[in-house]
Design a protein around this ligand. Sequence first.
Ligand SMILES: Nc1ncnc2c1ncn2[C@@H]1O[C@H](COP(=O)(O)OP(=O)(O)OP(=O)(O)O)[C@@H](O)[C@H]1O
Ligand SMILES: [Mg+2]
Length: 254
Amino acid sequence: MAVTKTAPVENNDTQPAILVENLSKTYGSGSSAVHALKDASMQVLPGEVVGLLGPSGSGKTTLLQCLGAIIDPSGGRITLGGDLLFENGWQYSDRRTLRRDRIGFIFQRPYLIPFMDATENIAFLPMLQGKSNKQAYARAAELLEMLDITERGGARIEQLSGGEQQRVAIARALANRPPIVLADEPTAPLDSHRAMSVMKLLHKMAAKSGTAIIVVTHDENIIPVFKRLYRLRDGVLHEEEGEGRPFDYLNDEQ
Ligand SMILES: Nc1ncnc2c1ncn2[C@@H]1O[C@H](COP(=O)(O)OP(=O)(O)OP(=O)(O)O)[C@@H](O)[C@H]1O
Ligand SMILES: [Mg+2]
């Protein structure tokens, strides 16, 4: 059955925002096949921020790309906010709209549009969603302030530092208030103070808006903040308890 709902899902604590059951992904076939994900299962509740760890090549990006409907899983089931997304093929009729409205992506590199300034790079997503220019720019301004780069809003991308560009990319991912955020090493280009500020912001967003967030990371400094972690080894996923270290020990402006 094709799912046609496109509005963000309600915050419903009893229903996982992300449910992955026995997901597999094989690249290629025959003797050159790479089994990047093997029977992976996970769930993330609304308002939860979970870490996804694992060595290089263990399948972290593959898992996020399957969840984001960017690549096709080979088997298993994905359910987002109670709507079946994948089982024996995609069950969602319009995956572009799904990505636009329900999933925020943060990549290791910012991938900003060079001929737009920082504000426009954020505002264009709410505009695609049909928001007025005024609403879209107001949302961009709010996010620039949350990420402490208000004064860089009018700058062209090439005029921004790598860390500033990444913060614009994070703002863009949050612009449409998606119920799910998938972040693939989002703090890689940031110094440790900024990395921690971004993690704190993501946790705040999760708590305030019920956003479910998966953060792939290798960053030893931020791993202790997660309450719950998943670890991938050679395509096999295990759940672990995290330290869940509170943020209030931080002397930080956020
Ligand atoms: N498009 C592709 N075609 C073939 N093999 C691929 C493709 N993408 C990834 N792989 C392989 O799948 C496995 C998992 O890759 P993936 O990119 O998911 O790992 P990762 O955990 O994100 O690694 P890293 O920490 O280096 O980013 C690796 O063996 C990789 O070489
Ligand atoms: Mg990767």
